[in-house]
Design a protein around this ligand. Sequence first.
Ligand code: ZN
Length: 374
Amino acid sequence: MQFAQVIGHATLKAKLIGNIREGRIAHAQLFMGPRGGGNLPMALAYARYLLCAGREEEDSCGICPSCLQMAKLEHPDLHLMFPIFLSEKAKVCEPFVAHWRQAVLSGPYLDIDQWREHLESENKQLRMGVDIAQEIQRKLSLRSYMGGFKVMLIWLPELMDSAASNKLLKVLEEPEPNTVFLLVPTDAEQLLSTILSRAQLVRVPALRPGELAEALRDRFPELGQEETMAIALRSEGDYLDAVEMANKGEEELFVFFRDWLRSCYTREVDSVMEFAEGFQKMGREKQKSLMRYGLYLIRQCTLQWQQVPELVRVLGQEQEFVMNFSKLLDHANAEGIRNELETAHLHVERNANPKILFIDLSYRLMGLLRMGRA
Ligand SMILES: [Zn+2]
């Protein structure tokens, strides 16, 4: 991964490059950012630039031995740590490194659900235990092969259990020369605050619509300009969401959301239960996407209902839905539906039981939809 392959974030790239060129290289850095914003590719591009033997002004050279190894993520001074499904047989990362490389090389905007799929661990919890912390210490004790920096990249460090975090903290407190830790969390709230305080923060924010649209145009040249922009806006800075939406064309999320709301409105309890089953099977990230997408659509309905249709950014089927559904909204219930979706999004994030949450949400929506004007 070179900086050129990382979507957007031009200012941040320039700053990171400047820091390395001027020798300001913090020994622990936290590449923090939301899903699909590119914190992992950014950290990998940073590592590649740091290790490059022929750094150019705007990127790593791409041709030195170090760059060639980094292109395959096989540089001997790049150590990769990530959560796995811990078991009697699997306690450390080493046996899974080849898998992880493959996962990242095929999709550097990797998220935990995709990684779980690569591991074929289905719904199992991925964690990092104390054996992984020991593995980190062991790897750090190795001498640098190339005589330069050693990079320890820890993806999703928030999934370390407390014994492992405490061990990591000790390592961070006693920095070794020429060792750089790149911690790449998605959810920093779960990280030990002491770890946060030991690392320099590199915030990798959600992508801007323009940045996303440009990336989508490269990857999906067949999409129309209008559709590309609509997806870029709707995905709210998450490249993975954007790609998923673009891939689907006829929007699975849209159909699910529309038909589910219809069942809520007509109070078809059996059908709501079927949607709850479907929701449970989606996986957490997609469940969150559905809530975000619902919020987006309700926002568009409100705009329609407030008679500012020029602000409505929807196309085709969505347009039809917005026209019809906005007739059911008034001040009180539009606000109520938004609140319910936001709360549900939060609860999904906090590991609520998806089926119970979804049924509960459906009943609340049934009530709110009946408050409307229709
Ligand atoms: Zn190079």
